[in-house]
Design a protein around this ligand. Structure first.
Ligand code: SAM
Ligand code: SF4
Length: 356
């Protein structure tokens, strides 16, 4: 097991995100930026509402509701996803939120995208509350895979962290997803100091259930603004804790653009991943572009720079015009999140409002 905590990247100094428009942008269809990256992975947030209140994400009372008229409709989402794939080189699409299962028309959104884009992987990141009752319909609609967020398999710990006693529903949702063929089911876990000791139990549970577990370092995107470098569980600390029960061997990334670094567990073939977004930032290979539930393009989780697609879309813009706006938005993408920079300020929108 070798992993060195390299500290927090300071990339913001090199950022010139809000400079001029896209006049110097080469005339190519893809979503390129000034640093040579190409965005092919689209994250679509479809709601800010959620059935849980994870302390590292949502405030206890939930996020302020987006007025209904500002939310993109199912048809609007399908149109935008379709043009992103056809005109901008997007290769895969992930629905997120908030909690995507909070939308009753989720099956309609998936079916609309699947009909237009039968060869594109359509995925969802979900907390799995209630998934038990919808997994089959979502698979039938064309959903390819799910990533399920689960931070603890201890019911009391889960309830404390999410402020809701819903662990049984989540576990039933994971099993239903597997039965519906939404495989491989990947489990995402954000560890907090309080839940760190339970990490080996979570890994053991995932190994038993045949789920691929990936830990994510907590980022300063919580609505309560309580994130502190001194309190976050780093990848290095997590590896020490997992190493007390498992033999871990580093295998690196299975794809250079993948954020997760992998370790085999007890000689493999099972692996565990760590997404060290803070201590081992992957900004230089980031290939993401984001659409918020109210129809804004965001080039980075941490940048408040947004480009409005909803307004032009509703005013009658053509697909070509919308695609051009999107290209301009991504050309402005900055070099990196700069969490360690002296002038770092968390973005106005928090994780639940952008979509992780
Ligand atoms: N509700 C769904 C869920 O929890 O999977 C989808 C939305 S949630 C915002 C997407 C992912 O972001 C989850 O895996 C969650 O654990 C992660 N997340 C939320 N807040 C985070 C934070 N402050 N730092 C790192 N990851 C975070
Ligand atoms: Fe909801 Fe997901 Fe945020 Fe938890 S991480 S509060 S489940 S949006």
């Amino acid at each position: 097991m070798t992993l060195v905590d390299i500290g927090i990247p300071v990339l913001r100094e090199t950022i010139d995100a809000r400079a001029d428009g896209a006049a110097d942008r080469p005339d190519v269809p893809e979503l390129i930026d000034r640093f040579g990256r190409v965005a092919r992975d689209l994250r679509v947030s479809i709601t800010e509402r959620c059935s849980l209140r994870c302390t590292y994400c949502m405030p206890a009372e939930g996020l302020p509701a987006i007025p209904a008229e500002r939310l993109l409709s199912a048809d609007e989402i399908v149109r935008v996803v379709d043009l992103a794939v056809r005109m901008l080189g997007v290769h895969e699409v992930r629905f997120t939120g908030g909690e995507p299962l909070m939308r009753r028309d989720l099956e309609q959104i998936i079916a609309g995208c699947a009909q237009r884009l039968p060869h594109v992987p359509l995925m969802m990141t979900t907390n799995a509350v209630g998934l038990e009752h919808r997994a089959q319909a979502l698979a039938d609609a064309g959903l390819t895979r799910v990533n399920i967020s689960l931070d603890s398999v201890d019911r009391a710990e889960f309830a404390k962290l999410t402020r809701r006693d819903r662990l049984p529903s989540v576990l039933a949702g994971i099993r239903a997803a597997r039965q519906a063929g939404l495989s491989p089911v990947k489990v995402n876990a954000v560890l907090m100091p309080d839940t760190l000791a339970g990490a080996p139990d979570l890994l053991a549970w995932c190994l038993d259930e045949g789920c691929e577990l990936r830990f994510i370092e907590e980022m300063p995107l919580d609505a309560d603004h309580e994130w502190a470098r001194a309190n976050m569980v780093t990848a290095a600390t997590l590896l020490e804790v997992l190493g007390t029960r498992f033999e871990l061997t580093e295998v690196g990334r299975d794809d250079p653009a993948a954020p997760a670094e992998l370790w085999t567990v007890n000689g493999g073939p099972a692996t565990v991943g760590i997404i060290a977004s803070v201590t081992r930032s992957f900004c230089t290979t980031c290939d993401r572009t984001r659409l918020t539930a109210d129809g804004m393009i965001r080039s980075c989780l941490f940048s408040d720079h947004e480009v409005d697609l909803r307004g032009p879309l509703r005013a009658g813009a053509s697909d070509g015009e919308l695609a051009q706006l999107w290209r301009g938005a991504m050309w402005q993408k900055w070099a990196g999140h700069g969490i360690g920079a002296a002038d770092f300020v968390p973005p106005d929108r928090t994780m639940g409002a952008i979509g992780g």
